[in-house]
Design a protein around this ligand. Sequence first.
Ligand code: KIV
Ligand code: ZN
Length: 390
Amino acid sequence: MADKLIIFDTTLRDGEQSPGASMTKDEKVRIARQLERLKVDVIEAGFAAASPGDFESIKAIAAAVREPIICSLSRANDRDISRAAEALEKAQRKRIHTFIATSPLHMEMKLRMSPDQVLEQAIQAVRFARQFTDDVEFSPEDASRSDFDFLCRVIEAVIKEGATTINFADTVGYGVPELYGSTLKRLRETIPNSDKAIWSVHCHNDLGMAVANSLAGVMIGGARQVECTINGLGERAGNTALEEIVMAVRTRKDHFNLDIGIDTTQIVATSKMVSQITGFAVQPNKAIVGANAFAHASGIHQDGILKARNTYEIMRAEDVGWSANKIVLGKLSGRNAFKQRLQELGIALESETEINAAFARFKELADKKSEIFDEDIMSVVADEEHSHDA
Ligand code: KIV
Ligand code: ZN
């Protein structure tokens, strides 16, 4: 039987850390309900101690959304953890996610703590969080730049305290796929109690490799949870894009052999909602959810698609929530695509000669315009009919 890959969505927490992407409580609840329709496994609803607004948003989501686990982030201290627990009180299923930095740079320059102090604080935090829930996630922040032996000590200790998920955070997007995956594998092989926890990947996109690193963490490292955001929203260059992970695993099931519970037909609606609420436009060539992700402009491709869609499509547009794929008529289009559009518009030209003449006019026009709309086709045909009347 295939393993399940847990989809942990952090659009409302790490995604909101995108400068300019802050959301109101009502907007967050709307997105959380949509994430429930999408069937994500875990929603990280916010960071309860960060602000009263974040606290209220988590509280509202915990009351409104029943299926997914609702999670709050907290630093590794009692106050943050208590706030998280309070905000999550009404949740059907709750998770506290606590973190502390483990890299030498962060411990020395940011926390001004010794490694032993960090280790002790991590242990205390997990022990304290376990008083509120038996679902506790621990993240060694900046793990990909941490000392391997120290990381092993911290992780072994927090698992002993009851951490149920360990998140290998590539906080600054420094990871490269093979190394990120093999380090995770080595951690799991070295830490004696590693199989008592589910391992998770959390990657940032500073070098454009968040999705590749996450997948390497899954395939090489054995992670079974991916932390991701809709449209790859997130701090700096963003986080791993949920839609890309889900469709990679689904489309290449032959390779990944993992099950995911996501209703992929909700992907586009979720992407559009997040884009509209945050005001962050989705680039046209963005995989899966960009306006051009299923659009075909070249004549050769259009001809192939009209004969068999899988000639140039590895997924169906409808499977991710688009109403259809798109044949974009322009100067590169061929006669076949033109003829097909005439049929769709209910235009029946009498003979092949008429079609050829209209196609020639269409090509002339297409040289002058970057995209041809249905109205343009109709006027091309009308010109053709007038030329007969004259
Ligand atoms: O990037 C990061 O390290 C985080 C942690 C808090 C998990 O977002
Ligand atoms: Zn992050």
